[in-house]
Structures are given as structure tokens and as C-alpha cells.
Design a protein around this ligand. Structure first.
Ligand code: AMP
Length: 191
């Protein structure tokens, strides 16, 4: 199975690159952010808990996200998926460890972590632009700054987790979607 973790700061283009990867490699796309927004829309208990945290730029608890991810992986496996792209997950080292053991039980593993690298000012510019049309309550300057702080303190250590296990790959996403995907394709095709 090909299992890719796509990581990067908010606004680094994870969703856009994931959509192209799904189209080209036929993987199941699991975006924990999208799953949480669906829970909020459906008014579930998880959705209610998550909404407050998301709107404040904070992460939702590991236990909730790991349980949701586990269910979703099982559902996609039952449909006969060839592999996964995990978008926005893992965001903490605890989530990375949980993902490793979840995949190990399935006799597979994370093939690589793709890190989308984007300059800080460009991230803010892209998120503010997205906020004009996304309707997302967290795409405003105050929450964007909180999300970037959370990324730097809680999610950057996840990169070390993959670096120390030799699965870290970086792609620069400061220019166009196409230029970034050319690097991503090269990385995936050489796995
Ligand atoms: P995203 O769409 O990936 O930018 O996620 C939007 C928000 O959902 C994040 O700012 C977090 O509050 C929450 N979220 C998404 N994925 C996770 C995760 N793996 N762990 C904790 N919180 C998450």
C-alpha cells in the first residue's frame, strides 16, 4: 500500500496537492479538518466540542481525532482502497505514534511524509485570500496567527518523528501548484 502523510503549515497547499495526488494515484483522501467540519455541520457531540477549539485556532484532543481516523481507515479499507493520503494528520507526536501502530496492525506503514514548505508571509497572504471565499471561521488574521503558533509548537516536532525514521521528504510550494506537484510526483515515483 502507498500511504502518504502530507504536512505543512496552515495555507501551505496540503488540500490542493492532496486532490491532485488522489486523482493521479487513486488513494483515499483523509482530511481530518474536512471530517471535523462535517461533524460540525451535522451537529454531533464531537462537532460541538471541536467547533469551539477550531474557531480558537487550537487542536482538538488527540483521543477524539485518533478514534475518528481509526473508523474512517476501517471504512475505506472495507471499500478496497489501495492506500491513503493523510491530510492534516498527524498534527502531534502522539497522533504520529498512533498512526504508526494502526498501520502496523494492517501490515503496512507510512511510505513517506511530504512536507509542504512555504514562506511565512506567503502563508498569511494565501489564508487571508482563502478567507474571502472559504466561509471558514478560522481564516481570519487573529486565528491564523494562533494556528501558526500551534503548528510551530505542536506539529513541527512531528517532522522530527519522520526524519528520524528516514521517511521525511520536502517540497517547496512558494510558486505554482504545478511546480509543487512536479516535485511531489518525483518524490512519490521514487519511493
Ligand atoms: P485544517 O482543515 O487541516 O486546517 O484543520 C482545521 C482545524 O481542525 C485545525 O486548526 C484544528 O483545530 C482541527 N484539526 C484538524 N486536524 C486535526 C488533527 N489531526 N488534530 C487536532 N486538530 C485537528
Amino acid at each position: 500500500m502507498l500511504n502518504i502523510v502530507i504536512s505543512g503549515a496552515p495555507g501551505s497547499g496540503k488540500g490542493t496537492q492532496s486532490a491532485i495526488i488522489v486523482e493521479q494515484y487513486g488513494l483515499s483522501h483523509i482530511s481530518t479538518g474536512d471530517m471535523l467540519r462535517e461533524e460540525i455541520k451535522a451537529g454531533t457531540e464531537n462537532g460541538k466540542k471541536a467547533e469551539v477549539l477550531i474557531n480558537d485556532g487550537k487542536l482538538v484532543p488527540d483521543e477524539m481525532i485518533i478514534a475518528m481516523l481509526h473508523d474512517r481507515v476501517q471504512k475505506d479499507l472495507a471499500k478496497g482502497t489501495k492506500g491513503f493520503i493523510f491530510d492534516g494528520f498527524p498534527r502531534t507526536v502522539a497522533q504520529a505514534v498512533a498512526l504508526d501502530s494502526m498501520l502496523k496492525e494492517l501490515n503496512t506503514e507510512v511510505s513517506c511524509m511530504l512536507h509542504m514548505q512555504v514562506e511565512h508571509d506567503l502563508l498569511i497572504e494565501r489564508l487571508l485570500n482563502r478567507g474571502k471565499t472559504s466561509g471558514r471561521a478560522d481564516d481570519n488574521l487573529e486565528t491564523i496567527q494562533k494556528r501558526l503558533d500551534v503548528y510551530n509548537t505542536q506539529t513541527l516536532p512531528v517532522i522530527e518523528h519522520y526524519k528520524t525514521t528516514g521517511r521525511y521528504k520536502a517540497a517547496c510550494n512558494n510558486s505554482s501548484v504545478e511546480a509543487c506537484f512536479a516535485q511531489v510526483k518525483d518524490i512519490i515515483d521514487n519511493l
